[in-house]
Design a protein around this ligand. Structure first.
Ligand SMILES: Nc1ncnc2c1ncn2[C@@H]1O[C@H](COP(=O)(O)OP(=O)(O)OP(=O)(O)O)[C@@H](O)[C@H]1O
Ligand code: SF4
Ligand SMILES: [Mg+2]
Length: 341
Protein backbone atom coordinates (compact mmCIF):
# COMPACT_ATOMS: atom_id res chain seq x y z
CA UNK A 1 0.00 0.00 0.00
CA UNK A 2 1.45 3.28 -1.13
CA UNK A 3 1.07 6.47 0.92
CA UNK A 4 2.16 10.02 0.31
CA UNK A 5 4.84 9.86 2.96
CA UNK A 6 8.24 10.44 1.35
CA UNK A 7 10.86 8.13 2.76
CA UNK A 8 13.67 8.98 0.40
CA UNK A 9 14.57 12.19 -1.38
CA UNK A 10 17.58 12.45 -3.65
CA UNK A 11 18.46 15.83 -5.09
CA UNK A 12 21.16 16.87 -7.52
CA UNK A 13 23.13 13.65 -7.09
CA UNK A 14 26.53 13.85 -8.77
CA UNK A 15 28.94 10.93 -8.51
CA UNK A 16 32.39 10.69 -10.08
CA UNK A 17 35.17 8.13 -10.21
CA UNK A 18 38.71 9.44 -10.18
CA UNK A 19 40.61 7.18 -12.56
CA UNK A 20 44.02 7.35 -14.29
CA UNK A 21 42.25 8.30 -17.51
CA UNK A 22 40.44 11.20 -15.83
CA UNK A 23 37.25 11.95 -13.87
CA UNK A 24 34.42 9.64 -14.92
CA UNK A 25 31.22 11.59 -14.27
CA UNK A 26 29.00 8.55 -13.80
CA UNK A 27 25.93 10.26 -12.28
CA UNK A 28 25.11 13.79 -13.39
CA UNK A 29 22.44 15.60 -11.45
CA UNK A 30 19.88 12.92 -10.63
CA UNK A 31 16.73 13.83 -8.62
CA UNK A 32 13.99 11.52 -7.43
CA UNK A 33 11.91 10.58 -4.43
CA UNK A 34 10.37 7.41 -3.09
CA UNK A 35 7.18 7.09 -1.06
CA UNK A 36 6.43 4.48 1.57
CA UNK A 37 5.42 1.17 0.01
CA UNK A 38 6.10 2.38 -3.52
CA UNK A 39 8.10 0.54 -6.19
CA UNK A 40 10.37 2.61 -8.39
CA UNK A 41 12.39 1.08 -11.24
CA UNK A 42 15.67 2.40 -12.64
CA UNK A 43 15.90 1.24 -16.23
CA UNK A 44 18.62 1.76 -18.86
CA UNK A 45 21.45 0.11 -20.74
CA UNK A 46 24.63 -1.12 -19.14
CA UNK A 47 26.84 1.66 -17.78
CA UNK A 48 24.10 4.30 -17.52
CA UNK A 49 24.58 4.82 -13.78
CA UNK A 50 21.80 2.69 -12.25
CA UNK A 51 23.99 0.79 -9.78
CA UNK A 52 26.12 3.82 -8.94
CA UNK A 53 22.94 5.76 -8.09
CA UNK A 54 21.62 2.84 -6.01
CA UNK A 55 24.88 2.33 -4.14
CA UNK A 56 25.25 6.06 -3.49
CA UNK A 57 21.97 6.06 -1.56
CA UNK A 58 23.57 3.59 0.88
CA UNK A 59 26.98 5.27 0.66
CA UNK A 60 28.46 1.95 -0.46
CA UNK A 61 30.98 3.41 -2.93
CA UNK A 62 34.51 3.63 -1.64
CA UNK A 63 36.28 7.01 -1.51
CA UNK A 64 38.67 8.39 -2.66
CA UNK A 65 38.19 6.68 -6.06
CA UNK A 66 34.45 7.26 -5.85
CA UNK A 67 33.19 10.68 -4.86
CA UNK A 68 29.64 11.77 -4.15
CA UNK A 69 29.88 15.49 -4.89
CA UNK A 70 29.12 17.70 -1.89
CA UNK A 71 26.19 19.47 -3.61
CA UNK A 72 24.29 16.13 -3.63
CA UNK A 73 21.47 15.65 -1.11
CA UNK A 74 20.26 12.24 0.09
CA UNK A 75 17.54 12.40 2.74
CA UNK A 76 16.14 9.16 4.13
CA UNK A 77 13.30 9.34 6.68
CA UNK A 78 14.26 12.94 7.35
CA UNK A 79 17.92 12.08 8.01
CA UNK A 80 20.79 13.42 5.96
CA UNK A 81 22.66 10.36 4.67
CA UNK A 82 25.57 12.49 3.44
CA UNK A 83 26.29 13.55 7.02
CA UNK A 84 26.13 10.09 8.64
CA UNK A 85 29.20 8.80 10.46
CA UNK A 86 30.55 5.31 9.84
CA UNK A 87 28.69 3.94 12.87
CA UNK A 88 25.43 5.61 11.85
CA UNK A 89 25.77 4.23 8.33
CA UNK A 90 26.27 0.73 9.68
CA UNK A 91 22.99 0.89 11.59
CA UNK A 92 21.23 2.64 8.71
CA UNK A 93 22.10 -0.24 6.36
CA UNK A 94 19.84 -2.96 7.65
CA UNK A 95 17.52 -0.96 9.89
CA UNK A 96 16.28 1.43 7.23
CA UNK A 97 17.52 0.22 3.90
CA UNK A 98 19.07 -2.92 2.44
CA UNK A 99 20.19 -4.16 -0.91
CA UNK A 100 20.14 -7.38 -2.88
CA UNK A 101 22.57 -7.92 -5.73
CA UNK A 102 22.61 -9.84 -8.99
CA UNK A 103 25.06 -12.37 -7.63
CA UNK A 104 24.12 -13.68 -4.17
CA UNK A 105 27.70 -14.86 -3.61
CA UNK A 106 28.79 -11.21 -3.28
CA UNK A 107 26.59 -10.85 -0.18
CA UNK A 108 26.60 -14.35 1.26
CA UNK A 109 29.59 -15.60 3.20
CA UNK A 110 30.56 -18.96 1.62
CA UNK A 111 32.10 -20.24 4.86
CA UNK A 112 29.05 -19.69 7.06
CA UNK A 113 25.73 -21.52 7.23
CA UNK A 114 22.95 -19.41 5.71
CA UNK A 115 20.87 -19.48 8.90
CA UNK A 116 23.78 -18.19 10.94
CA UNK A 117 24.20 -15.30 8.52
CA UNK A 118 20.57 -14.27 8.92
CA UNK A 119 20.82 -14.76 12.71
CA UNK A 120 23.84 -12.46 12.99
CA UNK A 121 21.94 -9.67 11.37
CA UNK A 122 18.92 -10.25 13.65
CA UNK A 123 21.02 -10.33 16.81
CA UNK A 124 22.83 -7.15 15.79
CA UNK A 125 19.97 -5.06 14.48
CA UNK A 126 16.99 -6.44 16.36
CA UNK A 127 18.64 -7.35 19.66
CA UNK A 128 17.42 -10.96 19.57
CA UNK A 129 19.07 -13.74 21.55
CA UNK A 130 20.38 -16.81 19.74
CA UNK A 131 17.22 -18.91 20.17
CA UNK A 132 14.89 -16.13 19.03
CA UNK A 133 17.14 -15.34 16.07
CA UNK A 134 17.19 -18.98 14.93
CA UNK A 135 13.40 -19.22 15.08
CA UNK A 136 13.12 -15.96 13.18
CA UNK A 137 15.68 -17.12 10.56
CA UNK A 138 13.59 -20.25 9.93
CA UNK A 139 10.45 -18.10 9.68
CA UNK A 140 12.19 -15.81 7.16
CA UNK A 141 13.32 -18.78 5.06
CA UNK A 142 9.75 -20.07 5.05
CA UNK A 143 8.52 -16.63 4.05
CA UNK A 144 10.72 -16.67 0.95
CA UNK A 145 9.32 -20.12 0.10
CA UNK A 146 12.34 -22.28 0.87
CA UNK A 147 11.09 -25.84 1.26
CA UNK A 148 12.29 -27.68 4.37
CA UNK A 149 13.42 -24.40 5.97
CA UNK A 150 14.13 -26.11 9.34
CA UNK A 151 16.85 -28.18 7.62
CA UNK A 152 17.98 -25.63 5.04
CA UNK A 153 18.84 -23.17 7.79
CA UNK A 154 21.97 -25.29 8.40
CA UNK A 155 23.06 -25.37 4.75
CA UNK A 156 26.11 -23.57 3.44
CA UNK A 157 25.47 -21.34 0.38
CA UNK A 158 27.21 -23.80 -1.98
CA UNK A 159 24.74 -26.50 -0.97
CA UNK A 160 21.92 -24.49 -2.54
CA UNK A 161 20.85 -23.74 -6.12
CA UNK A 162 21.18 -20.22 -7.59
CA UNK A 163 17.46 -19.49 -7.17
CA UNK A 164 17.57 -20.75 -3.60
CA UNK A 165 20.56 -18.54 -2.77
CA UNK A 166 18.76 -15.54 -4.24
CA UNK A 167 15.83 -16.30 -1.88
CA UNK A 168 18.23 -16.50 1.07
CA UNK A 169 19.66 -13.12 0.11
CA UNK A 170 16.15 -11.65 -0.02
CA UNK A 171 15.42 -13.16 3.41
CA UNK A 172 18.63 -11.64 4.75
CA UNK A 173 17.84 -8.24 3.27
CA UNK A 174 14.35 -8.29 4.76
CA UNK A 175 15.31 -9.76 8.14
CA UNK A 176 15.48 -6.36 9.82
CA UNK A 177 12.28 -5.17 8.18
CA UNK A 178 13.87 -2.25 6.32
CA UNK A 179 11.65 0.47 4.93
CA UNK A 180 13.51 0.42 1.62
CA UNK A 181 14.81 -2.54 -0.34
CA UNK A 182 17.10 -1.94 -3.30
CA UNK A 183 17.15 -4.87 -5.71
CA UNK A 184 19.94 -4.52 -8.28
CA UNK A 185 19.28 -6.87 -11.22
CA UNK A 186 17.98 -9.47 -8.75
CA UNK A 187 17.05 -12.01 -11.40
CA UNK A 188 19.51 -11.46 -14.26
CA UNK A 189 21.68 -14.45 -13.39
CA UNK A 190 18.73 -16.83 -13.12
CA UNK A 191 16.82 -18.81 -15.71
CA UNK A 192 13.45 -17.53 -16.89
CA UNK A 193 11.23 -19.74 -14.72
CA UNK A 194 13.17 -18.94 -11.54
CA UNK A 195 13.22 -15.26 -12.55
CA UNK A 196 9.43 -15.23 -12.62
CA UNK A 197 9.26 -16.99 -9.24
CA UNK A 198 11.61 -14.46 -7.62
CA UNK A 199 9.63 -11.52 -9.05
CA UNK A 200 6.39 -13.11 -7.74
CA UNK A 201 8.03 -13.51 -4.36
CA UNK A 202 9.15 -9.89 -4.26
CA UNK A 203 5.65 -8.76 -5.24
CA UNK A 204 4.15 -10.87 -2.44
CA UNK A 205 6.65 -9.56 0.14
CA UNK A 206 6.13 -5.96 -0.89
CA UNK A 207 2.41 -6.34 -0.26
CA UNK A 208 2.89 -8.17 3.02
CA UNK A 209 5.56 -5.91 4.51
CA UNK A 210 4.81 -2.62 2.73
CA UNK A 211 8.50 -2.25 1.89
CA UNK A 212 9.35 0.41 -0.67
CA UNK A 213 11.43 -1.10 -3.47
CA UNK A 214 13.93 0.33 -5.91
CA UNK A 215 14.28 -2.20 -8.70
CA UNK A 216 17.34 -1.77 -10.89
CA UNK A 217 17.26 -3.48 -14.27
CA UNK A 218 18.36 -3.10 -17.89
CA UNK A 219 15.23 -4.95 -18.99
CA UNK A 220 11.96 -3.03 -19.25
CA UNK A 221 10.16 -6.36 -19.62
CA UNK A 222 10.98 -7.23 -15.99
CA UNK A 223 9.33 -4.12 -14.56
CA UNK A 224 5.99 -4.49 -16.32
CA UNK A 225 3.36 -5.42 -13.70
CA UNK A 226 5.82 -4.69 -10.92
CA UNK A 227 6.86 -1.04 -10.75
CA UNK A 228 4.57 1.85 -9.84
CA UNK A 229 6.93 4.35 -11.39
CA UNK A 230 9.86 4.04 -13.78
CA UNK A 231 12.82 6.29 -14.42
CA UNK A 232 14.72 5.77 -17.63
CA UNK A 233 18.42 6.52 -17.25
CA UNK A 234 21.16 7.19 -19.76
CA UNK A 235 24.72 8.49 -19.36
CA UNK A 236 24.15 9.29 -15.68
CA UNK A 237 20.96 11.28 -16.24
CA UNK A 238 17.24 10.60 -16.09
CA UNK A 239 15.85 11.07 -19.60
CA UNK A 240 12.23 10.18 -18.88
CA UNK A 241 10.20 9.32 -15.80
CA UNK A 242 6.59 8.46 -15.22
CA UNK A 243 4.12 5.93 -13.93
CA UNK A 244 4.49 2.46 -15.43
CA UNK A 245 1.47 3.23 -17.62
CA UNK A 246 3.00 6.49 -18.86
CA UNK A 247 6.31 4.84 -19.71
CA UNK A 248 4.83 1.80 -21.42
CA UNK A 249 1.91 3.41 -23.25
CA UNK A 250 2.58 7.15 -23.48
CA UNK A 251 6.37 7.50 -23.54
CA UNK A 252 7.71 10.53 -25.37
CA UNK A 253 11.49 10.03 -25.37
CA UNK A 254 13.31 8.40 -28.33
CA UNK A 255 15.57 6.49 -25.94
CA UNK A 256 12.58 5.01 -24.09
CA UNK A 257 11.13 4.08 -27.50
CA UNK A 258 14.37 2.24 -28.30
CA UNK A 259 14.14 0.34 -25.00
CA UNK A 260 10.48 -0.48 -25.61
CA UNK A 261 11.32 -1.78 -29.07
CA UNK A 262 13.52 -4.38 -27.45
CA UNK A 263 10.70 -5.74 -25.26
CA UNK A 264 9.20 -8.64 -27.24
CA UNK A 265 5.54 -8.27 -28.16
CA UNK A 266 3.18 -10.71 -26.48
CA UNK A 267 3.17 -13.99 -28.34
CA UNK A 268 6.41 -13.14 -30.14
CA UNK A 269 9.24 -14.01 -27.83
CA UNK A 270 11.71 -14.62 -30.67
CA UNK A 271 14.99 -12.93 -29.82
CA UNK A 272 16.09 -12.55 -33.48
CA UNK A 273 13.52 -9.87 -34.14
CA UNK A 274 14.50 -7.66 -31.26
CA UNK A 275 15.49 -4.15 -32.15
CA UNK A 276 19.17 -3.53 -31.50
CA UNK A 277 20.16 0.00 -30.61
CA UNK A 278 23.13 1.07 -32.73
CA UNK A 279 26.15 2.98 -31.44
CA UNK A 280 27.48 3.40 -27.93
CA UNK A 281 26.73 5.76 -25.03
CA UNK A 282 28.94 8.86 -24.67
CA UNK A 283 32.31 8.81 -22.95
CA UNK A 284 31.61 9.93 -19.38
CA UNK A 285 35.04 11.54 -19.05
CA UNK A 286 34.50 14.08 -21.84
CA UNK A 287 32.40 17.20 -21.19
CA UNK A 288 28.84 16.77 -22.37
CA UNK A 289 27.06 19.92 -23.48
CA UNK A 290 24.61 18.24 -25.81
CA UNK A 291 21.75 15.77 -25.40
CA UNK A 292 23.56 12.61 -24.23
CA UNK A 293 21.55 10.53 -26.71
CA UNK A 294 22.28 12.82 -29.70
CA UNK A 295 24.84 10.61 -31.43
CA UNK A 296 22.42 7.65 -31.54
CA UNK A 297 19.10 9.41 -31.98
CA UNK A 298 17.37 9.23 -35.34
CA UNK A 299 15.38 12.38 -34.51
CA UNK A 300 18.46 14.47 -33.63
CA UNK A 301 18.12 18.17 -34.56
CA UNK A 302 20.68 21.01 -34.62
CA UNK A 303 19.79 22.21 -31.12
CA UNK A 304 20.30 18.72 -29.68
CA UNK A 305 24.03 18.98 -30.42
CA UNK A 306 24.32 22.42 -28.83
CA UNK A 307 22.42 22.16 -25.57
CA UNK A 308 21.27 19.44 -23.18
CA UNK A 309 17.44 19.71 -23.03
CA UNK A 310 15.72 20.71 -19.77
CA UNK A 311 13.07 18.46 -18.27
CA UNK A 312 9.52 19.15 -19.53
CA UNK A 313 6.52 18.13 -17.38
CA UNK A 314 3.81 16.36 -19.34
CA UNK A 315 1.78 15.52 -16.19
CA UNK A 316 2.56 15.71 -12.45
CA UNK A 317 4.31 12.35 -12.75
CA UNK A 318 5.47 12.23 -16.37
CA UNK A 319 8.61 14.22 -17.25
CA UNK A 320 10.76 14.14 -20.38
CA UNK A 321 14.16 15.62 -21.23
CA UNK A 322 14.07 15.97 -25.01
CA UNK A 323 14.01 18.87 -27.46
CA UNK A 324 11.06 17.21 -29.22
CA UNK A 325 8.94 18.48 -26.30
CA UNK A 326 9.61 22.06 -27.38
CA UNK A 327 6.45 23.67 -28.79
CA UNK A 328 8.29 24.60 -32.00
CA UNK A 329 9.82 21.13 -32.56
CA UNK A 330 8.56 19.13 -35.56
CA UNK A 331 5.92 16.49 -34.91
CA UNK A 332 7.48 13.06 -35.40
CA UNK A 333 6.10 9.56 -35.79
CA UNK A 334 6.38 7.97 -32.37
CA UNK A 335 7.20 4.39 -31.48
CA UNK A 336 3.48 3.67 -31.07
CA UNK A 337 2.61 5.02 -34.55
CA UNK A 338 5.35 2.93 -36.08
CA UNK A 339 4.94 -0.31 -34.22
CA UNK A 340 1.16 -0.23 -34.04
CA UNK A 341 1.26 -1.13 -30.34
N1 LIG B 1 34.92 1.74 -9.82
C1 LIG B 1 34.70 2.44 -10.95
N2 LIG B 1 35.72 3.11 -11.55
C2 LIG B 1 35.52 3.82 -12.68
N3 LIG B 1 34.33 3.91 -13.29
C3 LIG B 1 33.30 3.26 -12.76
C4 LIG B 1 33.41 2.49 -11.56
N4 LIG B 1 32.21 1.95 -11.26
C5 LIG B 1 31.37 2.38 -12.24
N5 LIG B 1 32.02 3.16 -13.12
C6 LIG B 1 31.45 3.81 -14.31
O1 LIG B 1 30.22 4.42 -13.96
C7 LIG B 1 29.26 4.25 -15.00
C8 LIG B 1 27.98 3.77 -14.41
O2 LIG B 1 28.15 2.45 -13.90
P1 LIG B 1 26.96 1.61 -13.25
O3 LIG B 1 27.60 0.46 -12.58
O4 LIG B 1 26.10 2.48 -12.42
O5 LIG B 1 26.16 1.13 -14.53
P2 LIG B 1 24.79 0.32 -14.57
O6 LIG B 1 23.76 1.24 -15.17
O7 LIG B 1 24.48 -0.25 -13.25
O8 LIG B 1 25.13 -0.78 -15.65
P3 LIG B 1 24.93 -2.40 -15.63
O9 LIG B 1 23.58 -2.63 -16.26
O10 LIG B 1 26.04 -2.89 -16.48
O11 LIG B 1 25.02 -2.88 -14.22
C9 LIG B 1 29.86 3.30 -16.01
O12 LIG B 1 30.17 4.01 -17.17
C10 LIG B 1 31.10 2.76 -15.36
O13 LIG B 1 32.13 2.65 -16.28
S1 SF4 C 1 16.95 15.94 -27.50
FE1 SF4 C 1 17.29 15.54 -29.66
S2 SF4 C 1 18.90 13.98 -29.73
FE2 SF4 C 1 18.10 14.04 -27.67
S3 SF4 C 1 16.57 12.45 -27.63
FE3 SF4 C 1 15.51 14.36 -28.09
S4 SF4 C 1 15.48 14.47 -30.32
FE4 SF4 C 1 16.98 12.93 -29.77
MG1 LIG D 1 24.53 -2.20 -12.49
Amino acid sequence: METNEKILEVENLHVSFHTYAGEVKAVRGVDFELKRGETLAFVGESGCGKSVTAKSIMRLLKPPVAEIKPESRIICNGRDVMKMTGKELYAFRGDEISMIFQDPMTSLNPTMKVGKQIMESLMLHRNMNKKEAREEAVRMLKMVNIPGAEKRVDNYPHEMSGGMRQRVMIAMALACNPKILIADEPTTALDVTIQAQIMDLMRELKEKMNTAIILVTHDLGVVANFADRIQVMYAGQILERGTAKEIFYESRHPYTWALLSSVPKKGNESKEELYALKGTPPDLILPLNECPFASRCEYCMGICKEQNPMETSITDTHKVSCWLMHPKAPKVKSFYDREGR
